[in-house]
Design a protein around this ligand. Sequence first.
Ligand code: SF4
Length: 296
Amino acid sequence: MGSYPSSVQDVFSHSSLSSYENCPRKYAFRYIEKIQVDTEGIEAFVGKRVHEILERLYQFVDDGVVPPLPQVLKRYEANFDDAYNPEKIRIVRNNLSISHYRAMGAKGIENFYRRHYPFDSGETLGLERPIRFNLDENGQYRIRGIIDRLARAPDGAIEIHDYKTSARMPAAKYLRRDRQLSLYEIAIRDEGFEGEIRLVWWYVTPNRMFVTRRNEGELNQVKTEVTNLIDAIRTETLWEPRKGPLCSWCEYKEICPLFRADDAEKRTTHDNFEKDGEKDSEEDGEDPSNSQLSLL
Ligand code: SF4
């Protein structure tokens, strides 16, 4: 790969790659023009609260203390109240209240807690553990990320755990192709971890878990696909908006050329599209908020 515009990212993440795949214009708003937005979708907000509570829970466990569930939930409620600002949180599904989302987060934590109590299975090797690695020998394709929990299972295998707070778990065929945890496995192997590595998703709201493994060929395939995707980003010139179900959750919708308030005609078109898009998404078994949360 030759030179590329210096405004393009040097180090990519699964989130930034997904952002480009979903909509090049959104990627440009966020990662090239670096337009700051001081609002946040409720799904992402709740996801952060759940993640911070599960991290804190395992910190206690590492110190030899398992806090009782009521104490864990009390901390969640307190963190929620401290962080919540109604003027900064966007709720797209206006038929759902803040109480609904708040209770959904609490239910996810309770599910996770009851499933893992007394938290004596496996050894935690890292919490919110940053990773950073190169896909190539020359360091032209650099990736970063954060592993929710890295653990050694009782059978000695390394497990890469990821927490999801969306309402439903995607079909297994999507998780088997998932790029995020594959990249994390590449990073962990790059660090010298050998032997079996398992990828583990915890969908805390529906209380479901999914485990899979990647073989060397699959990891090499991910490397090739991500390298090609980074090349596409580096040679992109148009940064066109791409309508989709996630537009409703897009923090740049107000400044997007397709949705600006002064363009009534496009707005009407969008409204029709959006209804169709959400229907399609439901039929596919994918909740638009799943992808939104994956951008965290
Ligand atoms: S509103 Fe939709 S088309 Fe516009 S930038 Fe956001 S995701 Fe892209």
